[in-house]
Design a protein around this ligand. Structure first.
Ligand code: ATP
Ligand code: MG
Length: 423
């Protein structure tokens, strides 16, 4: 029988790869918790309507990329394509504003989009994200962008570009939209079929189109920053001042728009430069979505957030940043008599906080030591008949190729001392 394979674009993360994933997840948690964020976990499945209302009908995600199904003839459900819509739904459903006027929430988990799989682009992928509800900015916007830069750089990803733009308020967007349509209308025939449709439904999305012909035309488009109203401009200038004060590196990207309809004012991305990600080099993107909470039935609540792609960050990690997750000790035994003593010795080491691997099948010492090599253990603790009679065992340093006898009762301290000696 043919073995069953995973769904196209949905990947297993194997144990050999997991150290890098844990590193990124742990750093993300530690970083955002230092900024006062608390975790929220939402379901992976939501009513389809939630995404249509929040992300916008004329977006790639809603038009082509959602995994939608009818649940036993009852209700249309969708695997979440992104996090913000669910978090906002939860914020409204649980009256998140009742605890404190400003809420700082973070999340991580899988998202689903039916895109064409390629490096850095998958159908199931993981996002790390944050949201702040109830603060109109711009200081919190700057703090969030700066936090994202700290996170990425802290992971050893140094070559990045930070792109920042402002889309203005709903009014500004509407005014800009008219100017954009007026400029693009004469080029209609030269746009790709998708963009011809976008021109009527959602012209800003044309600036985000990846088709070369559309990019060329879009390069001549008016710039939204020239259309900002007075308050939008003050917000934008406040953001730039705060970023300058923090010393956050950034570039103004006047044509940056993003794939979701709900963005207002501040918009930003961090791109990795010079790596292997190719066109999929946006590590994270975010922005302000001041209208969304009200749109989904809550009180008017200014809000801002970003989401980072976990796989893309993992692909960008310099090898040196990834910690070694090999066990410290492999406990081996020489035969049936010592096997049970070795079992106890391993537990003693583990209780002392040392990671231990062991092959309990009763194979030869040679094969047990081969395993020590294979898993990358630093030490082998060999429990032999003769030594056991003295309450001792041999501690072999596999890196230095040295060994000595240690008392079984002191094995943990001996391992510690050997490691300490290297610092
Ligand atoms: P892109 O322009 O690369 O398609 P996007 O604008 O669709 O990104 P968002 O929806 O803002 O991205 O998601 C935030 C981040 O999630 C992206 O910057 C990226 O790192 C990651 N991401 C988005 N889609 C995918 C995917 N299909 N596979 C892997 N990571 C993804
Ligand atoms: Mg996309």
């Amino acid at each position: 029988m043919d073995p069953v394979r995973s769904v196209k674009g949905m990947n297993d993360v194997l144990p050999a790869e997991i150290a890098a994933w844990h590193l990124v997840e742990d750093r993300f948690r530690a970083t955002v918790e230092r900024y006062g964020y608390r975790e929220i976990r939402c379901p992976v499945v939501e009513p389809t309507n939630l995404f249509v209302r929040s992300i916008g009908e004329a977006t790639d995600i809603v038009e082509k990329e959602m995994y939608t199904f009818v649940d036993k003839g009852e209700q249309s459900l969708t695997l979440r394509p992104e996090g913000t819509a669910s978090i906002v739904r939860a914020y409204v459903q649980h009256a998140g504003w009742s605890d404190a006027p400003v809420a700082r929430w973070y999340y991580l988990g899988p998202m689903y989009r039916r895109e064409r799989p390629q490096k850095g682009r998958y159908r199931q992928f993981y996002q790390l994200g944050v949201e702040v509800f109830g603060d109109p900015g711009p200081l919190v916007d700057a703090e969030m962008i700066d936090m994202a830069v700290e996170l990425v750089r802290g992971l050893g990803i140094e070559r990045v570009a930070v792109a920042v733009n402002s889309l203005g308020s709903a009014d500004t967007r509407a005014r800009y939209r008219d100017a954009l349509v007026a400029m693009l209308q004469p080029h209609r025939a030269a746009l790709c079929p998708d963009c011809q449709r976008r021109l009527d439904q959602n012209p800003l999305r044309i600036l985000d189109c990846k088709v070369p012909g559309c990019r060329e035309i879009a390069a001549g488009a008016p710039v939204i920053l020239d259309h900002l109203g007075e308050e939008d401009r003050a917000h934008w200038e406040g953001l730039r001042r705060a970023l300058d004060t923090l010393g956050t590196p950034y570039e103004v990207a006047p044509r940056l728009v993003r794939g979701l309809d709900y963005y207002r004012r501040t918009l930003f991305e961090i791109l990795e430069l010079g790596g292997e990600l190719g066109a999929q080099n946006t590590l994270l993107g975010g922005g302000r979505y001041d209208g969304l909470v009200a749109e989904l039935g809550g009180p008017p609540t200014p809000s801002i957030g970003f989401a980072a792609g976990l796989e893309r960050i993992v692909l960008s990690l310099p090898a040196a940043t990834v910690p070694n997750d090999a066990p410290t000790v492999l406990v081996a035994s020489t035969g049936p008599v010592t096997q049970e003593a070795a079992l106890t010795a391993a537990r003693t080491l583990r209780r002392a906080g040392i990671s231990v691997d062991q092959d309990l099948r009763g194979g030869s010492l040679k094969s047990q030591l081969r395993r020590a090599d294979k898993v990358g253990a630093r030490f082998a603790l060999i429990v032999g008949d003769e030594e056991l009679g003295r309450g001792a065992a041999v501690l072999r340093d596999l890196a230095k190729q040295t060994q000595r006898e240690v008392a079984l009762a002191d094995a943990a301290a001996s391992v510690r001392a050997a490691l300490e000696g290297e610092r």
